[in-house]
Design a protein around this ligand. Structure first.
Ligand SMILES: Cc1cc2nc3c(=O)[nH]c(=O)nc-3n(C[C@H](O)[C@H](O)[C@H](O)COP(=O)(O)OP(=O)(O)OC[C@H]3O[C@@H](n4cnc5c(N)ncnc54)[C@H](O)[C@@H]3O)c2cc1C
Ligand code: SF4
Length: 465
């Protein structure tokens, strides 16, 4: 494998012509030689800027040193000590704005490819768990019971940490599968589902009891959990309620929320229909509205389902795109078109009530708004029609209020997120919350970091009872 610019080892990928026809992982992973060459670049700094840049404080120099020395079991142990989901994080974390941004090498060349090395070690560990022999617990059994609600990255992390700290943990998940967005949102070609399930098995192996099909707020309330003997609750139900444009025609057939579109394709395997039970509409000309990771994922799924043309329609400019650069580059390589400074005004129907076009308006950028990004302003008289037969709205999400409605003493912010302090403490003395339910749609690693902070204080609380 050739070295990339600035000495960093490139990530091998499937050829574009192949990958747009399948749902297999695009990035195929470092070879052992690639990984060793990349690991050898690490300076093993005394002042560990990279660790400070990691929300779960992985001992990055330590795992890279073990990898460089060929001690793979030790590299895996170092990773797992602070991160129960390294195979996930090595694939989807935005390292470029976290550990890799903080890496000292950034000053003169490319930073160490920390995420790719993390993925390499995590993938090695999958076939060698016996050699790794991870310690299952950190503290003696407490005899205390904790409930975790929601089995996405925040809930899985809190459950794993609390179990390792010696508590009896039950993890309640509303869907028939654990994993949250890792299973129903992020597509197989970025995050293979067997990797997610392997890491969930590890969490279960720590003694966590997983209760699937358990919808909090409908089948039981938080108070019911306390009545059942749980002494602390960690809420991690995410932000799964999609936002819409609220424009005419948005309810037409052929206009999906990204949540529904991606859930059909990823969790329910609609790309295998009729072998799977769930269908999905396959568009010929597809517009995806939004500029985040969700929009890139939806666009690339639509392409793999057979669309002739897929466009990202984003109301700001390329500079403001919130998606990871790597994913924008992948989307571009695959032929996704980008329409910047463009916003839909309404959707138009054909005689069968199916969407046939989207009327759009051009935008200009004004002063920065509350988000710090320049505010898009409609340009008068700039309306035009875009022919489409499928639209996917990927404008963001907010927490589903179901759980909060069943817990009236839980304070909620005006945007629907749960009010919690830095450690996740809510207005209820025995309820903590973390991840997207508190921050709104954010990242896997920030959800995991929040869960780890809460686990520390929940442990103190339970041991004080
Ligand atoms: C398509 C997509 C792509 C993304 N790409 C990236 C990326 O590349 N990198 C990145 O870092 N982040 C990415 N994100 C964001 C990231 O996935 C989220 O920030 C993260 O999953 C939040 O974790 P969480 O545990 O808080 O919530 P979730 O992952 O949403 O998990 C919440 C869980 O709670 C369950 N639940 C909900 N309500 C109830 C209830 N009433 N009772 C019981 N269980 C319930 C849900 O079914 C779910 O399993 C992406 C998000 C999406 C949607
Ligand atoms: S800052 Fe970069 S070079 Fe230094 S120890 Fe961390 S990864 Fe290695």
């Amino acid at each position: 494998m050739a070295k990339a610019g600035l000495n960093r080892m490139d990530m091998p990928k499937q050829a574009v012509s192949d990958r747009i026809q399948n749902f297999s992982e695009v990035a195929t992973g470092y070879t052992p030689a690639d990984a060793h060459t990349e690991a050898a670049r690490c300076l093993q700094c005394k002042k560990r800027y990279c660790v400070e840049g990691c929300p779960v404080n992985i001992d990055i120099p330590e795992f890279i040193l073990a990898l460089r020395d060929g001690n793979m079991p030790e590299a895996a142990r170092v990773l797992k000590k602070t991160n129960s989901l390294p195979g996930v994080c090595g694939r989807v974390c935005p390292q470029e704005t976290q550990c890799e941004q903080a890496c000292i090498l950034n000053k003169k060349e490319a930073p160490i490819a920390i995420g790719r090395l993390e993925r390499f070690v995590a993938d090695w560990e999958r076939g060698h768990s016996a050699e790794v022999n991870l310690p299952k617990s950190l503290k003696p059994k407490s005899g205390k019971k904790a409930a975790v609600v929601g089995a996405g990255p925040a809930g899985l992390t809190a459950a794993a940490e609390l179990a390792r700290l010696g508590h009896d943990v039950t993890l309640f998940e509303s869907l028939h599968t654990a994993g949250g967005v890792l299973m129903y949102g992020i597509p197989e070609f970025r995050l293979p589902k067997d990797i997610v399930q392997g890491e969930i098995e590890y969490v279960k192996s720590l003694g966590v009891t997983l209760e699937l099909n358990s919808v909090a707020g409908r089948l039981f309330s938080l108070e019911d959990l306390f009545k059942q003997g749980f002494q602390a609750v960690f809420l991690a139900t995410g932000a799964g309620l999609p936002l819409f444009l609220n424009v005419q025609g948005e309810n037409l057939s052929g206009v999906y929320s990204a949540n529904e579109f991606l859930t059909r394709v990823n969790l329910m395997k609609a790309h295998n229909f009729p072998s799977s039970d769930t269908p999905v509409k396959k568009g010929r000309k597809v517009a995806v509205i939004g500029g985040g990771n969700v929009a890139m994922d939806a666009a690339r799924c639509a392409l793999r389902l057979g669309a002739e043309e897929v466009s990202i329609v984003y109301r700001r400019s390329e500079l403001e795109l919130p998606a990871r650069k790597e994913e924008v580059d992948n989307a571009r390589e695959e032929g996704i078109k980008f329409h910047f400074l463009t916003s839909p005004v309404r959707f138009l129907a054909n005689e069968q009530g199916q969407v046939r076009a989207m009327e759009c308006q051009k935008m200009a950028l004004g002063e920065p708004d509350a988000s710090g990004r320049r505010r898009p302003i409609p340009v008068g008289g700039s309306e035009f029609e875009m022919d489409i037969d499928l639209a996917v709205i990927a404008l963001g999400t907010r927490p589903n209020p179901l759980v909060m409605q069943s817990a009236p003493d839980l304070q909620v912010n005006s945007n629907g997120t749960v009010l919690a302090d830095i450690n996740g403490q809510t207005s209820h003395r025995a309820v903590w919350a973390g991840g997207d339910i508190v921050t709104g749609s954010d990242t896997v690693i920030s959800a995991m970091g929040a869960a780890k902070r809460s686990a520390v204080v929940i442990d103190e609380y339970l041991r004080s009872l």
